[in-house]
Design a binder for this molecule. Structure first.
Ligand code: GLA
Length: 396
């Protein structure tokens, strides 16, 4: 069995501190961390007023920083192309072509728009969240930077405002019209708690998770299909159009029965998207109750059904994800798997599964073997428990 171990957070903080000292010749005054996330259920419903059930994972982006008495931010990231960027804080922020720097510009712009002063600073970023693997490396970077800026400026944001500010950074500076799930999870995550988000009211409820009874297995397919750009935005648009045609303002007000009755009002694609959204919201609600009842077979079934709907109705899966889920379904509870589905935006990235903790080897081995046989490479396996959201590791 090949499982990617998680790097302890303190080790990451030490590494960021070491790199900071090497680059800037002094010790950082603050080290901020924010986790990646995996979404157990509620695929593509965070921007559709749905219920989602993610958890913060034990993989973090860590930023070591210090004020520098200037009007510039100097940011260095080894993971992101070994690049050092300089951002002028006294000029209007605008997206540029250097990729990851836009996350920082977006967060800085959010602080400035909220009327907060962003002091000049130096920072070094290290991360154990796989970049581009669908585990929200970008949200963890945005939120870690926001936590650092709170510390450096000694101005705290309301936690929800902080998540929304980071989401806006992603929309306006990275050009991704994402929902708010990733950023809320990075802010609100807690050890051994799932983060249930009602995306209509933005209410957050922590749902206790017992890692002794069931393990959370993440498999990274290391696939990012080069599909035509904008599939995510297109799905979002199709959902908005379908909702309008159904005469509603929120997907929470659309029942499966009503959708059947009004099916003729939608074109074929819109109907598929609508079926996914309506049923996925139901599945998420059911899964939350089943988790509280510790009914793992029922929770697992929701995951399998979610995958099926994401594949057939929302059409965001791909052969790599399908192979893992099909194999997992074949193994089933006798083989140690309660359920599995794709997670994140889709077209590659990761699957998430609920597995009997005593059977992890029996589950991971055949899945990796089968995947390698078919695609010629090994999907990385990670076992994660719900972990703490963003926080300062070192404060002055
Ligand atoms: C991406 C987005 C999220 C969410 C998921 C799909 O991860 O960033 O907001 O929409 O896709 O569930």
């Amino acid at each position: 069995m090949s499982v990617l171990p998680s790097i302890p957070l303190l080790k990451l903080a030490e590494e960021a501190t070491r790199q900071f000292a090497e680059r800037f010749g002094r010790v950082p005054s603050l080290v901020a961390a924010a986790p990646g996330r995996v979404n157990l259920i509620g695929g593509h419903v965070d921007y559709n007023d749905g219920i989602v059930l993610p958890l913060a994972i034990d993989r973090y982006t860590v930023v070591a920083g210090d004020s520098n008495d200037s009007s510039t931010a100097t940011l260095y990231s080894n993971d992101r192309h070994d690049e050092c960027l300089t951002i002028q804080l006294d000029r209007p922020m605008a997206p540029q072509s250097d990729g990851w720097g836009n996350y920082a510009r977006g967060v800085i712009a959010g602080f400035q728009q909220a009327g907060l002063v962003v002091p000049g600073h130096d920072a070094v970023i290290v991360s154990s969240v796989p970049i581009g693997g669908g585990l929200s490396s970008s949200a963890s970077l945005e939120v870690a930077l926001a936590t650092l800026l709170e510390g450096l400026s000694k101005q705290m944001l309301d936690p929800k405002q902080k998540a929304l500010l980071c989401q806006q950074a992603e929309h306006e500076f990275a050009g991704v019209p994402c929902g708010v799930m990733d950023q809320i999870t990075a802010v609100f995550g807690q050890a051994d708690q799932l983060v249930k988000i009602d995306c209509r009211s933005l209410d957050v409820e922590l749902v206790p998770w017992d890692s002794q009874e069931v393990a959370i297995l993440i498999l990274n397919t290391h696939t990012a299909h080069q599909l035509p750009d904008g599939q995510y935005g297109l799905r979002r648009q199709q959902c908005t159009t379908a909702l309008k045609k159904l005469g509603h303002d929120s997907w929470r007000d659309v029942t499966a029965g009503e959708l059947d009755a009004k099916a003729g009002m939608l074109d074929e694609q819109e109907l598929r998207r609508a079926r996914h959204v309506v049923t996925e919201i139901q599945r998420s609600q059911l899964a939350v109750e089943a988790i509280k009842d510790r009914d793992w077979p029922l929770v697992g079934q929701q995951l399998f059904d979610s995958h099926e709907s994401l594949r057939e109705n929302f059409q965001v899966s791909c052969p790599e994800l399908d192979l893992l889920v099909d194999e997992a379904r074949r193994m089933g509870i006798p083989g140690g798997v309660y359920g599995m589905r794709m997670t994140g935006a889709g077209f590659g990235g990761c699957t998430v599964a609920l597995v009997n903790p005593q059977r992890l080897d029996d589950v991971i081995d055949p899945l990796q073997t089968e995947f390698r046989h078919r695609f010629g490479r090994l999907p990385t396996a990670m076992v994660s428990r719900p972990s703490r959201g963003t926080h300062l590791i070192v404060s002055p």
